[in-house]
Design a protein around this ligand. Structure first.
Ligand code: IVH
Length: 735
């Protein structure tokens, strides 16, 4: 008879194998419905045996993007790239080259170069057959399944009365992108879901389009099935409520993903293969495409002469920060399609088109001062304070200078006229001084030797580090204000009313001396600060402000937030929302994370040695342990409601050693811990069982010497399925 553990293992192995081969794209090993069947069996088995559910079960992995891969699609015609021109001379050179080739300057079409993701759409008989990403230009990824959520992409083309008929085959190219306003909202959503925000609209578009919505739908279905099962067998239990919570979570995730897809936009900017459609000019083709319902750009213009193209470029150079979406240039294309054919293409790019790339804008302003900021982790960063100036559409007055070495390298003096640009159009960057206009009044920046906030002597963390840090991490007011502010942030505990100023007031008015007491705050405590109370007027005692009341209420509800948010709030270096989620998923509680050895942490998905070390180091600090203890005492939840099934192995200590046939060490450890056993790394007299696989080594010898009962992998299964008494009957005979 196969035990539940064996069934579970074989299902998990089969599903993981299928996922892996799917991930390799071109080698799916099983049909989709077979995969679905395996997945459902696993959900049912886990519903019946909750003790089997481990963090690495496929039912618990939230469709990691890494495994979210797509079928390959061969484009009907290659998707080429574009050659670039970076100034008007290079544009003129391009026009001169085609003039030489053709004997005249042809009319061109000028278009905005939308900063998005190139896609290929194929319509057969007027119906959308595939939507694919560019991929390597020949083969892209099939994202057709997502089209139903993207209203801007027509699935059926409709002929306009009197217009050209719908061609039998039509391949068009376009750009999928987000408007800037949608992008900003999307990133707010990402933060609210505990994810890292996207760096720019282009990445956001790529990330959104390349989502496996169908996998998320599967997750929802599985979660609902598990919830129903739990309701039938365990109404009212922690398991049932956890199952219900999971339904809410995966549904929210699905809705967020489809909601984001709905915001994606498409602009069609080219033709691939077409049967039954032979326009003479590109501008004519765009007219037909628009007539059939495909979205084309209304900013596109015909340029009869090269000077018209140059003025289009100049015009959008002025307007580019006022558009609804990001552009990184203008594309100029020969209008006549037969002429395009004559000019042809290199292996990389067509000769009939060129992309004019706008330079990053550089402006001049006065460097008024260089100050230093003490960050959340104590890093002391010099930053430039500048006379306000507009660059790439926004006003800037501050820019980081990173560290003293960087200030010296840039050669800027306080009082200098400096050049500033937006790096990647987002972060302002000081390029350097305008040396010619110095008048001798400029002075050099001197990096402080002591913390400007608490006076502690600054030091690099390691010899050779360019960054200086304030070592007074526990009570440096600047670091504390940053940390307390961070606890309230949307990506951490999300506490209303705990903004930058509130964090400052809590410290300045002596209500908090560090973050340990944050969750113990009462109305009486807050009354001690003018920031949180109303002004006394004749006959009226001050009372708490409405904001302060909201803060207290939010502080209270934050105590029930999921573990990953608590982890983010603790300001453990390198542990942002992503790592925190992985840790929470893998370990389930602060206690388990604190107890985990280096190898266990480092082998957790998405963690690795750098984060693992940071976690270990963080927990090794006394006052950090005190924060955890006081938050817990104040009611902050330090564990996720994991399945609390029966814990038949509570009180046992088990050591696992050697290679267990058919079971990974991690899975064995998880199963033992879920059943309540403590899994230890060393054998002592108090060890209840040693589970020994192949090549067990010295722990086995020690177990023999100390007469600790030894189990093989079958014995482990008995232990898990039937408990310690049954296992005692199957211990291995002493060698
Ligand atoms: S035409 C063979 N037109 O820019 C010509 N591309 O740097 C192919 N892009 O891969 C492209 N806006 O993703 C063209 N109006 C436009 C565009 C555009 C953005 C992107 C496209 C292409 C990339 C090349």
């Amino acid at each position: 008879m196969t035990t539940a553990v064996e069934q579970w293992r074989s299902l998990v192995d089969a599903i993981n194998a299928a996922r892996r081969s799917y991930y390799l794209k071109d080698a799916p090993t099983i049909a989709d419905d077979e995969y679905d069947r395996l997945f459902r069996s696993l959900v049912e088995l886990e519903a019946a045996h909750p003790e089997l559910v481990t963090g690495d079960s496929p039912t618990q992995t939230v469709g990691g993007e890494r495994a979210d891969m797509f079928d390959p699609v061969q484009h009907l015609e290659r998707m080429l790239s574009l050659d670039n021109a970076f100034d008007s001379e290079e544009m003129s050179a391009w026009f001169a080259r085609i003039e030489r080739e053709l004997g005249e300057v042809p009319a061109t079409v000028c278009e905005l170069k939308v900063d998005g993701l190139a896609v290929d759409l194929v319509y057969r008989g007027g119906r959308l057959a595939t939507l694919a990403t560019r991929g390597d230009g020949r083969v892209g990824e099939d994202v057709t399944a997502n089209v139903r959520w993207i209203p801007t992409i027509p699935t059926v083309l409709v002929a306009a009365p009197g217009g050209p008929p719908i061609p039998e085959l039509l391949e068009v190219r376009g750009e999928v992108y987000f408007a800037l306003a949608d992008f900003a909202e999307l990133n707010d959503q990402m933060l609210a879901l505990g994810r890292s925000p996207y760096a720019n609209p282009r990445n956001a578009a790529a990330g959104t389009l390349r989502r496996r919505i169908d996998r998320r739908q599967e997750e929802v279905a599985a979660a609902i099935a598990a919830e129903e099962a739990a309701r039938v067998t365990a109404e009212g239990s922690a398991r049932a409520s956890r199952a219900a919570e999971r339904v809410v979570r995966v549904t929210a995730d699905l809705e967020a993903a489809t909601g984001m897809l709905a915001r994606l936009r498409l602009i069609v900017h080219g033709l691939g293969r077409a049967d039954g459609f032979a326009p003479a000019r590109l501008s004519e083709a765009y007219g037909a495409l628009a007539g059939w319902g495909l979205p084309t750009a209304d900013t596109t213009a015909l340029a009869p002469d090269s000077s018209d193209a140059q003025s289009y470029i100049a015009r959008y150079g002025e307007l580019r920060h006022d558009l609804a979406h990001d552009i990184d240039g203008v594309v100029v294309k020969v209008d006549d399609l037969a002429t395009q054919g004559r000019l042809g293409a290199t292996s990389r790019a067509p000769r009939w088109a060129i992309a004019y790339k706008y330079p990053p804008e550089v402006v001049r302003t006065r460097l008024l001062d260089i100050r230093v900021n003490v960050g959340r982790t104590g890093r002391v960063t010099p930053y430039a304070v500048m006379a306000p100036v507009t660059v790439s559409g926004t006003t800037v007055e501050m820019a980081t200078l990173h560290n003293a070495t960087e200030v010296a390298r840039k050669g800027v003096l306080i009082g200098d006229m400096i050049f500033v640009r937006k790096a990647g159009e987002i972060i302002p960057e000081v390029l350097g001084p305008v040396v010619e206009v110095r008048d001798g009044s400029e002075r050099a920046f001197v990096m402080p030797t002591h913390c400007p906030s608490c006076g502690t002597e600054l030091a690099p963390e390691k010899v050779g580090d360019a960054d200086l840090r304030c070592p007074n991490t526990r009570s440096c007011p600047a670091q504390l204000q940053e940390r307390i502010f961070h606890i309230g942030a949307r990506g951490a505990m999300d506490i209303e009313g705990l903004g930058w100023k509130a964090a400052g007031a809590l410290l300045a008015d002596g209500i908090l001396t560090d973050e340990a007491a944050l969750f113990e705050l009462t109305a009486a405590d807050l009354m001690a600060s003018p920031f949180f109370r109303t002004v006394a007027t004749a006959g009226r005692e001050p009372i708490l402000t409405a904001d302060a009341r909201k803060f207290l209420a939010s502080l209270n509800s934050a105590k029930g937030r999921p573990l990953w948010r608590v982890l983010v709030a603790l300001s453990i270096r390198h542990v942002g929302p992503t790592a925190a989620r992985e840790l929470a998923r893998e370990f389930g509680s602060i206690e388990a994370i604190r107890a985990a050895p280096m190898e266990r942490l480092a082998s957790t998905d998405g963690i690795g040695t750098v984060i693992a070390e940071a976690v270990l180091q963080w927990f090794a600090v006394d006052w950090h342990a005190e924060i955890v203890a006081r938050w817990a005492a104040a009611g902050v939840r330090m564990a996720d409601d994991r399945e609390q099934g029966p814990r038949p192995l509570a009180g046992l200590t088990v050591v696992v050693t050697g290679t267990l046939p058919g079971v990974t060490r991690d899975a064995a450890t998880e199963a033992l811990q879920t059943a309540g056993a403590k899994v230890s790394g060393s054998v002592s007299k108090r060890t209840s069982f040693v589970v020994a696989g192949e090549n067990p080594g010295s722990k086995f010898d020690k177990a023999v010497a100390l007469e600790v009962p030894i189990l093989d992998v079958d014995g482990l299964r008995v232990l898990l399925a039937e408990g310690p008494e049954a296992a005692a009957l199957v211990v291995l005979p002493a060698p």
